[in-house]
Design a protein around this ligand. Structure first.
Ligand SMILES: C[S@@+](CC[C@H](N)C(=O)[O-])C[C@H]1O[C@@H](n2cnc3c(N)ncnc32)[C@H](O)[C@@H]1O
Length: 311
């Protein structure tokens, strides 16, 4: 479809079945799911044609997919290099008008059911889904986070996005491998963790001043060998191949309390991604249950994995 979207034809399975599978397996690349109810295959179609399509789709759906909901979110996004002759804003306004005309109260987010319109270079796709079965409440899974003045690295977005889809309990002792310049450490400190930041590189002075932050200026390997401390959470954003990084996480499991949580990025680059992930998961599986693994929107050529240490 677009650069980041695909239609999967299934027999009787719905987006809900797929959502369960994605969480259970876990599947790494799906970020957002919807039940496609219509696809319109003309790149040069005007807005009227697309709106007619939404109208027909919603009318046909009637009570079936939308159920008794009287309020729906309408979300529009683009996948790939799309050049339509109308703006996303106009498309939203017109589609919202149609939905309101059919008796629905239309929101941008926050309703239990979402009507999605995805524009790809070739087509417009209309989908209807429960947000609970969509993997993300953001249009197309495109989480947007804004930069704050005290942010010290763009890497912060990755951890923030993870905590939106995989909330964790705040507070305790945390260990941050590959911490510099200190973005993840800053987020953890903000969530009440006493954080040991391990990196041969410098931490931002603002991070060093945060309560509970200690900088260990060494490599993760050296720190693990020192055997110092017991932690509730280990995070790892080291610039390192997935197999090496995973081995270090396994060695580091000795520093984690039983059933403690670990979060690691696996930096695959763009070649042999699946085989690198398979190898990393196999290594990690010797010490941890894999609770979550996804290429988040803020991951570039990497995957974020959440692990639970065996008891
Ligand atoms: C992507 S940066 C981490 C960014 C950080 N998470 C943040 O939010 O600011 C990767 C870091 O890994 C560190 N690193 C690479 N190899 C390491 C090792 N063996 N032990 C500790 N840190 C390492 C690098 O020094 C670098 O600071």
């Amino acid at each position: 479809m677009g650069e980041e979207s695909a239609i999967v034809e299934t027999g009787k399975s719905t987006a809900r079945d797929l959502a369960e599978l994605v969480e259970r397996v876990p599947m790494v690349f799906p970020r957002h799911l919807t039940n496609v109810v219509a696809e319109f295959d003309h790149a040069n179609a005007g807005l009227d044609s697309v709106i007619d399509l939404v109208d027909a789709a919603v009318r046909e759906l009637g009570g079936r997919e939308l159920g008794p909901e009287s309020e729906i979110s309408l979300q529009i996004w683009l996948s790939g290099k799309v050049s339509y002759k109308f703006s996303r804003h106009d498309a939203w306004e017109r589609a919202a008008e149609v939905l309101s005309g059919r008796g629905y109260r239309v929101t941008r987010a926050g309703s239990a059911v979402v009507v999605s319109i995805c524009f790809t270079p070739k087509s417009a796709i209309v989908g209807v889904n429960r947000v609970a079965d969509s993997l993300s409440s953001w249009p197309g899974g495109e989480v947007r986070l804004s930069k704050t003045p005290d942010q010290v690295s763009r890497a912060e977005f990755k951890l923030e996005e993870l905590f939106k889809v995989f909330p964790i309990e705040d507070g305790g002792d945390a260990l941050d491998f590959g911490a510099a310049p200190g973005g993840w450490t800053r987020i953890l400190a903000g969530r009440g963790f006493r954080t040991t930041a391990v990196d041969p590189g410098d931490l931002d002075p603002r991070v060093l001043r945060l309560p509970g932050v200690v900088h260990e200026r060494t490599t993760a390997g050296n720190f693990v060998r020192s055997g110092k401390g017991r932690f509730d959470l280990i995070v790892n954003d080291m610039k390192m191949s997935p197999d090496r990084s995973s081995r270090l996480m396994c060695d580091g499991a000795a520093l984690l309390k039983p059933f403690g949580l670990a979060i690691t990025t696996l930096k695959t680059g763009t070649h042999h991604v699946l085989s690198q992930l398979d190898e990393a998961f196999e290594i990690l599986g010797s010490e941890y249950d894999i609770e979550f693994a996804r290429q988040l929107r803020h991951n570039r050529n990497e995957v974020t994995v959440v692990l639970r240490r065996f008891g």
